[in-house]
Write a protein that binds this ligand. Structure first.
Ligand code: ADP
Ligand code: MG
Length: 328
């Protein structure tokens, strides 16, 4: 009995020791998704981070009637706070960089498909034809903190807001002296620094067919944003067909390029988020062209026929699966 008590005491002590070495962590629901925050540091930093996420959600939400994006969509013009002006500046630049595959003015289409209301339906070609001319990042005008929307354009930052938020939260934590943190905001994972135990970060890449399981892992040290966009993340089935939430701004239809998911690895969370959405729309061939002329991101493509392709820099970190390497 004594031995048992001693063992129990030992176990309790070692668990406490582990807990104090480990990160402070919490889970929240925000920006319409589950988020997991892990910070190696003071527990108070968790609530600071949650506050920052809620603050940015309050600016960028398309449904919150007090958000700056809601007011800009409603009134066609608005004076923006620094964060909203910055995310829109980045969104316009990333839209240009991806030839419009990432488009922050996609809201009329998202709305027509009912993805925001939670009552999805298939719009007719006539409906889409009416909406398509309003979908163009060129209809968003920014002049410092003044924004205007023309030609019936409406914003939806669903493809970039989580990446921007992760980036800002980690910058804030870094300013406060935090050496290691990992934020997982839906499909967006971003790390800061390296864990104090010296072990590398190991991030699972979801199996598109069984999203709660990992199909592969990325192992690395240091700061990185890893963002996955996949047709499996939000969709509805009707009459035997599947319709997902990543729309091709050219056609108004869910993008079908033979990809099940795209994962982007880069240093900047905002870039990672917008690019993962864009590459999914562009398909692998055009994405690889963009990769060859860029030096700031790597990518992993999972095709609908279950093949995995990884650009050189991603291939070096990828394990647990068979894949084909894409070279420059
Ligand atoms: P998730 O938000 O599910 O992690 P994404 O980052 O790929 O996935 O963003 C998809 C969301 O972005 C959609 O739900 C919609 O709000 C918006 N969106 C859809 N298509 C596009 C597009 N072509 N460009 C920009 N945003 C898009
Ligand atoms: Mg995205």
């Amino acid at each position: 009995m004594k031995k048992f008590l001693a063992l129990l005491l030992f176990l309790c002590l070692s668990l406490t020791a582990c807990a104090s070495d480990g990160p402070a962590e919490t889970e929240i629901f925000a920006m319409d998704t589950y988020m997991r925050l892990r910070i190696w540091g003071d527990r108070e930093l968790l609530s600071d981070t949650v506050d920052e996420i809620r603050r940015l959600e309050g600016l960028f939400s398309v449904t919150d009637e007090k958000s700056e994006i809601f007011l800009l969509n409603r009134d066609g013009q608005a004076v923006l706070s620094a964060d909203t002006a910055e995310i829109l500046t980045r969104a316009i630049a990333l839209s240009e960089r991806t030839g419009g595959a990432f488009d922050p003015t996609v809201y009329p289409l998202v709305s027509a498909w009912g993805f925001t209301s939670g009552e999805p339906h298939i719009p007719t070609q006539d409906e889409l034809n009416v909406l398509l001319p309003s979908v163009d990042a060129a209809h968003l005008r920014l002049d410092g903190s003044n924004a205007a929307l023309t030609d019936g354009a409406q914003l939806d930052l669903g493809g970039i807001a989580k990446g921007y938020t992760a980036q800002k939260c980690l910058e804030l934590l870094s300013e406060k002296g935090v050496q290691a943190a990992m934020l997982s905001l839906g499909g967006n994972v971003q790390t800061l620094g390296s864990k104090p135990d010296g072990k590398p970060w190991v991030i699972g890449i979801a199996n598109p067919e069984e999203p709660t399981e990992a199909i592969a892992t990325l192992t690395f040290n240091g700061s990185m944003a890893i963002v996955t966009s996949g047709g499996y993340q939000r969709y509805f089935d009707l009459d035997g067909a599947r319709y997902h939430h990543i729309l091709d701004p050219q056609t108004g239809m869910p993008a079908e390029t033979g990809l099940a998911s795209v994962t982007v690895l880069t240093q900047d969370g905002t870039t990672a988020d917008a690019l993962s959405t864009a590459l999914f729309v562009m398909g692998m061939e055009k994405s690889v062209e963009l990769w060859r002329e860029s030096d700031d991101f790597e990518a992993i493509f999972i095709t609908q026929d279950r093949k995995i392709f990884a650009t050189k820099g991603a291939a070096d970190l990828l394990g647990g699966c068979e894949f084909e390497e894409i070279t420059r």
